[in-house]
Write a protein that binds this ligand. Structure first.
Ligand SMILES: Nc1ncnc2c1ncn2[C@@H]1O[C@H](COP(=O)(O)OP(=O)(O)OP(=O)(O)O)[C@@H](O)[C@H]1O
Ligand SMILES: [Mg+2]
Length: 258
């Protein structure tokens, strides 16, 4: 795999689908994904792959296409993926509906968290486990999320923003998942809560769950991540280690405003 320089920024060329390279297929890969909202062409040929257990930060300016990329992977109706392949543990997500992708182990925790109204914390978690494949037990979830254990009988929608984020992540882990997609988990949260969520994501990482984290708070995401991808105008413009991003001032200024 060769590196090329575009505007002094290192970009890894990915010219062939990982699956066709034979010997060691990536656990997860996107190959030349193109997606549209109606006529709006948003994801414009995204390529990357992820090893099992890796935590990858997907970064970029507002409107770069981060959420659209996650939604494409989770096979949500909008945007529509018109070209490319998405593979997770040998399964072709690009051929699946969002329901089938979820059954195959994709869990998207969207920015708005989508806590179910009228249900307690405990009931939100139970509902996630109503059908197989079931993931972590509710006891294990409460061990990792003590704040949720304390509030198990509270209505989910009355939790604070940070607690709702914890519930949204816990609900994802209540299913047997292979790929966790976190869209702006720190959005709107105070620094102390960001720290608490970061330590939860770190403990999820130690359990070996492959994760893509999208964050405006690039520094916080890079602290957790093994690797970083930077998206710009629907394209991956950087694929490298978190340290390479932190050390590259030009890259940080150009795409991350840090
Ligand atoms: N439902 C939609 N219909 C049409 N265009 C959309 C829709 N959703 C997003 N877009 C457009 O797609 C582009 C990428 O949006 P996306 O939400 O993926 O960006 P993002 O990188 O997640 O940005 P942010 O950091 O602000 O969350 C933007 O120009 C946005 O206006
Ligand atoms: Mg977004």
């Amino acid at each position: 795999m060769s590196d090329r320089i575009v505007d002094n920024i290192k970009v890894k060329d990915r010219v062939a689908p990982v699956q066709s390279q034979g010997s060691d297929p990536a656990f997860f890969s996107c190959w030349d994904i193109h997606s549209y909202y109606g006529e709006s062409y948003i994801v414009q040929g995204v390529n990357f792959d992820i090893r099992e257990g890796e935590v990858v930060a997907l970064l970029g300016r507002n409107g770069a296409g981060k959420t659209s990329t996650l939604r494409s992977i989770a096979r949500v109706d909008d945007p529509q993926v018109t070209h490319g392949e998405i593979w997770l543990d040998h399964k072709p997500l690009h051929k699946m509906s969002s329901y089938e992708a979820a059954q195959s182990g994709v869990a998207l925790v969207p920015e708005d968290r989508r806590i179910i109204a009228g249900l307690t914390v405990h009931e939100n978690l139970e509902l996630a486990q109503i059908a197989p494949p079931v993931g972590w037990s509710i006891e294990r979830l409460y061990e990792h999320f003590p704040r949720l254990a304390e509030r198990r009988n509270q209505m989910g929608t009355t939790l604070s923003g940070g607690e709702q984020q914890m519930l949204a992540v816990a609900r994802a882990l209540a299913r047997d998942i292979k790929l966790l997609l976190l869209d702006e988990p720190y959005e709107g949260l105070a620094p102390v809560i960001v720290q608490e969520i970061a330590s939860i994501v770190d403990s999820i990482k130690k359990q070996g769950i492959t994760t893509i984290i999208v964050e405006q708070n690039a520094v916080a995401a890079l602290r957790l991540a093994d690797r970083a991808l930077i998206l710009d105008m629907g394209n991956i413009v950087f694929d490298g280690t978190a340290k390479e991003v932190l050390d590259n001032e030009e890259l940080r200024h150009e795409y991350l405003a840090i």
